[in-house]
Write a protein that binds this ligand. Structure first.
Ligand SMILES: CCCCCCCCCCCCC/C=C/[C@@H](O)[C@H](COP(=O)(O)O)NC(=O)CCCCC
Ligand SMILES: Nc1ncnc2c1ncn2[C@@H]1O[C@H](COP(=O)(O)OP(=O)(O)O)[C@@H](O)[C@H]1O
Ligand SMILES: [Ca+2]
Length: 559
């Protein structure tokens, strides 16, 4: 392996911390502090055996959140006022600075930790503060100004509180300025981004909410980007222009799968810290069309049959919060409805892996980093452009309990490995999962495998393909009135009619077609065309870190 040049030493001093003396050094890569052995200690060591390695700490500069001069104040007897006073012989001065930095705790979560180092004089203290700030100023990937949208009604209605109590203090410590908009209606954030927001002022957009709120943000940003570049979203064969602004997600929704699958947890503080350090994770986006009309974009789950029906039922139970999915999940499972139709798809080349290869997408994923030879699909739907590879469309007809497409793993607290555990965040493909008609018992076994370590694809009635594009056509053509009914989803009219339809089986309309669940939003059409756009957006995330990275963060022996 190539030997890395040693980073240049920028500053080194003996400073004190909790009554002990430390050798503190700063180079372009790390801030470190290592305890200095005192003569007294060495003597004790000689009597009782060898001294233990003195405690050393390393913090990568890129994970320092901020540094500030610290006012040391201690109570004095003088009229009960607080005064600056010496604390101990070692800390016999009031000059100190505090460094806030990222610390990894369990389950991929991050916390903001602090260390306060004491100096013999103010000049030295200011020199340290300045040196660290200079290093931070070189990190130009960090956002300075963010546009924040809060959905006050997402999940358990805690978005506003989560932002104010957990996230805003971290942004302000990192000197990030924000413009905050609390949404007043559905699609407020989408419309604002699409037409009004002065995007040039910002280094990123943050949404506080669930997958539905994130979906609003990407719709606003992608549409705005295409509009500014003169790209027609209604044409399913257009090459879309990637969005330049990164998006941060502060999880405050019901499923929070996009946050969970890109960071490894649904913890607001962790997400805020990934934004502060300026992480960047590209992500694939599916575009969905019907007869050359643009319908929606999707980044997580696109599900017809089971997940479409769960969503349709759960929308009527929004007042229950996240528990609505469990109730509707059981109800839909018991109804055991299947749907007939034809799926055609354009498979991806095997060099991007297969859905069953157990190569999970992790931070710095090699598959997502591959040159995008196999990633962009041409205007000619029958072939893949830019390569000699010819894609041949495959066609499958049948009766399905579920047809799911996952652009990423869709890991979430309900299913920690996700709907398709080996799907990749940024490889230009989606995993297409077909669950054919089977017994209730078999379907239950399949569903339960999403919650444990067993392979949910290892059933004779389940097929899974890695694809660039696919189309679905229901066996029976949709009638205009049925489409209209589904478009009016959520309104009293829709509920009224679907009730009638269920009560009059002769009509049959609620049984023939399901709806598509598109990242938690209902799509009114059953017949759709889907195409994956490689790395169309970027998140303030880095993918899920390997376990070892956060179990022993920068341990002394590893350096
Ligand atoms: C009877 C046992 C059933 C166990 C099934 C467990 C399977 C869980 C797979 C979950 C995949 C989730 C994919 C994520 C979808 C979200 O985008 C979407 C909207 O999220 P949000 O806006 O935060 O509400 N969530 C859903 O569609 C919920 C699906 C829940 C299905 C039980
Ligand atoms: N102020 C608002 N009032 C009502 N609905 C809203 C508001 N802001 C956003 N929404 C909509 O709420 C829906 C759910 O939001 P989301 O944050 O994903 O929560 P959840 O995960 O609980 O579904 C989304 O479809 C979004 O468009
Ligand atoms: Ca993908």
């Amino acid at each position: 392996m190539e030997k890395q040049p040693k980073p240049q030493l920028l500053l080194s001093s003996q400073l004190s911390l909790l009554n002990r003396v430390y050798e503190v050094t700063l180079n372009g890569v790390f801030l470190s502090w290592k305890e200095v052995e005192t003569r007294q200690k060495r003597a004790v060591g000689n009597i009782y055996g060898p001294l233990k390695a003195a405690g050393s700490h390393y913090v990568p500069v890129c994970e320092i959140i901020s540094v500030q001069e610290t006012e040391e104040e201690c109570p004095s007897t003088d009229l009960g006022k607080w005064q600056k006073v010496p604390q101990s012989p070692v800390e016999s001065n009031q000059h100190a600075f505090t460094v806030s930095y990222v610390e990894r705790i369990q389950k991929h979560r991050w916390r903001c930790s602090e260390v306060t180092l004491h100096c013999t004089d103010r000049t030295l203290c200011l020199q340290w503060v300045q040196a660290i700030r200079e290093q931070l100023s070189l990190l130009t990937i960090r956002p300075k100004r963010l546009l924040v949208y809060i959905n006050p009604y997402g999940g358990k209605h805690r978005g506003k509180r989560i932002y104010e109590q957990k996230v805003a203090p971290i942004f302000s410590r990192a000197c990030i300025s924000t413009d905050v908009i609390v949404t007043e209606r559905a699609n407020h954030a989408r419309d604002h981004l699409k037409t009004e927001a002065e995007l040039k002022k910002y280094d990123g957009v943050v949404c506080v909410g669930g997958d539905g709120m994130f979906s609003e943000i990407i719709h606003g940003l992608i549409s705005r980007t295409q509009c500014d570049s003169g790209v027609d979203q209604n044409r399913s064969d257009e090459t879309l222009i990637p969005c330049s602004l990164r998006i941060g997600i502060i999880p405050a929704g019901s499923t929070d799968c996009i946050c969970y699958a890109t960071v490894g947890s649904n913890d607001p503080v962790t997400s805020a810290l990934h934004i502060v350090v300026g992480d960047s994770q590209p992500m694939d986006v599916c575009s969905i069309h019907h007869n050359n009309t643009f319908l929606r974009y999707s980044v997580s789950l696109l599900g017809y049959g089971f997940y479409g029906d769960v969503l349709t039922d759960s929308e009527r139970k929004r007042w229950m919060g996240p528990a609505r999915y469990d109730i509707s999940g059981v109800k839909t499972f018991l109804s055991h409805r299947y749907y007939e139709g034809t799926i055609s798809f354009l498979p991806a080349d095997e060099n991007v892996g297969t859905p069953r290869d157990k190569l999970q997408c992790r931070s710095g994923c090699n598959i997502c980093r591959l040159p995008s030879l196999d990633k962009q699909v041409s205007k000619d739907e029958e072939s893949i452009s830019d390569t000699d590879t010819k894609g041949v469309w495959q066609v499958i007809r049948g009766k399905f309990l579920a047809i799911n497409a996952a652009c990423m793993s869709c890991a979430c607290p309900r299913s920690p490995k996700g709907l398709s555990p080996s799907a990749h965040l940024a490889d230009g493909t989606a995993d297409l999962i077909l669950v054919r008609k089977c017994s209730r018992f078999d379907f239950l076994r399949h569903l339960l495998r999403h919650t444990n370590k067993d392979d949910q694809f290892d059933h004779p009635f389940v097929e899974v393909y890695r694809v660039h594009q696919f189309r679905f056509t229901p066996r029976y053509e949709e009638t205009d009135s049925e489409l209209e009914l589904r478009e009016a989803e959520g309104s009293g009219r829709k509920r009224f009619f679907s009730q009638i339809c269920r009560e009059h089986p002769a009509c049959n309309c609620s049984l023939v077609h399901s709806s598509w669940n598109c990242d938690g939003e209902i799509l009114p059409h059953a017949a759709i065309q889907v195409r994956v756009h490689c790395q169309l957006i970027k998140l303030f995330a880095r993918g899920i870190e390997e376990q070892s990275v956060f179990e022993e963060p920068y341990a002394l022996n590893a350096i």
